[in-house]
Ligand binder design. Structure first.
Ligand code: CU
Length: 129
């Protein structure tokens, strides 16, 4: 009985190590930062990631921004794009030093806006391969 229990727990531990190791090797987090110069932009404006990766946006500026993947909130609908079947999502208002993260699991091209500065060209793209 004791022997069986120990063997079973060792088997679980081995499986856990394998799963954690492969997840760590595959998934990564890519940083995008709001950059305020003559023009306020997402830097970099385009990121290319693998399915399962996470993008982390941060706002170091004094101005409120957003990361909005929602065509209903865009002034120009074509500034936002989502792969088929992906529901809209939105950071809401991002004040100074706030961060928004999103894990992308569906492949395709995503276009997003800052809903406060879309008209000034504050747009970005995430390509998920
Ligand atoms: Cu903005």
């Amino acid at each position: 009985m004791t022997l069986h229990r120990r063997a079973f727990s060792q088997m679980l531990a081995a499986a856990g190590v394998v799963a954690a190791g492969s997840a760590h090797a595959q998934a990564k987090t890519v940083e995008v930062v709001v950059k305020q110069d003559a023009k306020t932009i997402f830097d970099p404006e385009t990121v290319t990631i693998n399915a399962g990766d996470t993008v982390s946006w941060s706002n170091p500026t004094f101005v409120t921004h957003s990361v909005t993947f929602d065509p209903a909130q865009a002034q120009t609908a074509s500034n936002v794009a989502l792969p088929a079947g992906v529901a809209p999502f939105d950071s809401g208002s991002m004040e100074q030093d706030q961060t928004f993260t999103h894990q992308f699991t569906v492949k395709g091209t995503y276009k997003y806006i800052c809903k406060f500065h879309e008209a000034m060209g504050m747009v970005g793209t995430v390509i998920v391969k």
